[in-house]
Design a protein around this ligand. Structure first.
Ligand code: NAD
Ligand code: 2HG
Length: 541
């Protein structure tokens, strides 16, 4: 049974889907204090929320059950994504469901500012007929500056053009070609845009870069009387600068839907002339809320029931078809990680992964993540999965580098990994035979073909006659059956170094290992434990 917690109001259509889903139960728990929220979250597999609940690092700390968080909406700034990633929790959003509603709200705010809708309404209901006082400006013929030309920015732009406005936009990802296709002008920098516009609207996420993006310096570059709108995130405009600009007349009007701290019932801007504010209503339409709730619930159910990852903001997407295609090689990568963590022995500083052949045409990030899980899971146990593995590795100061070479080696596709640290570098290469037969094909420069399956004895030795026989005898004496055996020599010539890999039916006793290690030609021997072939970790099933 998958348990889902609903942390904010979501549309009934979304709840109906939860009611109808097999093997799912849900609880609606809103506005929980931090301690209760932390405890509650430990009892659920998935969570769905809007912008009300705050999933901080503190709230997620120590949670071993939660696997997915879905934001029914766009902005995920109320979720600590680094903390979620570290705990292996996938965070997904519904990027497009409220785009049009939010663009329309930004536009409504722009119109409200231009025609003094809010103060004129207030004055009328207070008994005055102030037609002269509320003289407005028309939008046609004016220039709108848009910072952030993603989904919402583009919808605002097309509406502005329909109102006969000129649009100038700044977005680091907007090219001249795209701007031309959209019928607008591209500004190379925000500073270039500011002196040319009559209205300014921002449609960026709140990031370290956009926090305080429009502050005193920027506002000073505006034409006097410019009207500014924010239906993106509080914090993008500097509120003190807005107050100062309104007082000096540099700014003609301010419309806000969003605030640095929400809920926000107190702001120096509230009540100032020329200010109109709404309580984060951009996405509050029936249409948007139905879309984000339905899409969000589908995302959560699909993830919990099939492992599909779509619209994730902290990991690569993983749909069932890709998982099916990649499962075999992800299994190889995971087994190589497990093997090298045991063969290296610990104290890893760097990891280099090389992908060759056909597999490079696929999403090799999945292979990287699967390898990292294998490398770390003996140390970190069930806490690690393909969502958090790379971050966990980097958090431990381990450098990771990945290379892809389209040309094939001896195999249609192969993965090789170099793991270095503490003065020792170990290398393993693997491939997949058929759909589900993972093979080790190189170990520390020695070519071989060994099953990546179950308990292995790996031993490096001098390539002289009699070694295999002696190891076989020792294991015979200790009643350990050898199921398969592979030996590889460096350079292919006899007499150099060699590596043996034995697949054992059981784990050898320490006395057997000591006896093997005591053979003078054996330089190193180690038992490597891998899952039996066909036994997949939960994230690969
Ligand atoms: N008021 C609401 O209810 C409401 C509803 C939906 C979304 N939002 C907010 O609107 C934001 C935008 O939503 P979207 O769907 O258009 O997102 P989006 O990802 O499609 O677009 C964001 C754009 O901002 C650009 N950008 C990022 N940093 C920038 C910078 N420093 N300068 C200029 N451009 C920059 C990006 O390149 C991208 O094109 C969301 O992040 C969310 O916070 C608010
Ligand atoms: O949940 C809401 O209504 C706010 C949504 C909006 O801010 C978003 O980022 O999608």
């Amino acid at each position: 049974m998958h348990r889902i917690i609903v942390l904010d109001d979501i549309a009934q259509e979304g709840l109906d889907l939860l009611d109808a889903a097999d093997g799912v139960e849900y609880e609606i728990r809103k506005k929980l204090p931090v301690d209760e929220l932390r405890t509650a979250l430990t009892q659920f597999d998935g969570a769905i929320l809007r912008s009300g609940a705050k999933l901080t690092a503190e709230v997620l700390a120590g949670n071993k059950r939660l696997k997915a968080i879905v934001r029914a909406g766009v902005g995920t700034d109320n979720i600590d994504k680094a903390a979620a990633t570290r705990q292996g929790i996938v965070v997904m959003n519904t990027p497009a469901g409220n785009t049009v509603s939010t663009a329309e709200h930004a536009f409504a705010l722009m119109l409200a500012l231009s025609r003094n809708i809010a103060p004129a309404n207030q004055s009328l209901i207070e008994g005055r007929w102030d037609r002269k006082k509320y003289m407005g400006t028309q939008l046609a013929g004016k220039t709108l500056g848009i910072v952030g030309m993603g989904r919402i920015g583009r919808e605002v732009a097309s509406r502005a053009m329909a109102f006969d406005m000129t649009v100038i936009a700044y977005d680091p990802f907007l090219s001249d070609d795209q701007a031309a296709k959209l019928g607008l002008q591209r500004a190379a920098t925000i500073e270039d845009l500011l002196p040319q516009i009559d209205y300014l609207t921002v449609h960026t996420p709140l990031t370290d870069e956009t926090r305080g993006l429009i502050g005193k310096d920027c506002l000073a570059k505006l034409k006097p009387g410019v009207r500014v709108i924010n239906a993106a995130r509080g914090g993008i405009y500097d509120v003190d600068a807005l107050v100062e600009g309104l007082n000096s007349g540099q700014i003609g009007g301010v419309a806000l839907d969003v605030y640095e701290q929400e809920p926000c019932t107190d702001s120096p801007l509230f009540g100032m002339p020329g200010v109109v504010c709404t309580p984060h209503l951009g996405a509050s339409t029936e249409e948007a809320q139905t879309q984000v709730a339905v899409e969000g619930v589908h995302l959560l159910l699909n993830f919990l029931q099939t492992g599909e990852i779509k619209h994730a903001v902290n990991v690569a997407a993983l749909d069932p078809k890709t998982l099916e295609e990649m499962r075999g090689f992800m299994d190889v990568a995971h087994r190589l990680g497990l093997l090298l963590s045991q063969w290296h022995g610990g104290g890893v500083d760097t990891v280099k992964l090389t992908f060759r052949g056909e597999i490079t045409g696929k999403n090799t990030k999945l292979l990287t993540n699967a390898f990292c899980v294998g490398l770390l899971e003996r140390a970190l146990g069930e806490e690690i999965n393909i969502i958090n593995a790379e971050m966990m590795l980097r958090d431990r100061g381990i450098e990771l580098c990945e290379e892809s070479h389209h040309e094939m080696s001896a195999f249609a596709s192969s993965i090789s990994a170099d793991v270095a640290g503490g003065g020792r570098t170990v290398t393993a290469g693997g491939t997949l035979l058929g759909h589900n037969m993972p093979r080790l094909v190189v170990l520390d420069g020695h070519r071989l073909e060994s099953y990546l399956d179950g308990n292995l004895l790996v031993f490096s030795h001098q390539d002289v006659p009699g070694i295999i026989g002696r190891v076989g005898t020792i294991f015979g004496e200790h009643n350990v059956n050898i199921a398969q055996m592979a030996v590889g020599r460096s350079g292919g010539e006899p007499g150099g170094s060699a590596i043996g890999v034995l697949n054992l039916d059981g784990l050898p006793a320490q006395a057997a290992l000591d006896a093997v290690s005591a053979v003078s030609e054996i330089t190193m021997a180690c038992v490597v434990q891998l899952p039996p072939v066909g036994q997949l970790p939960s994230w690969l099933q």
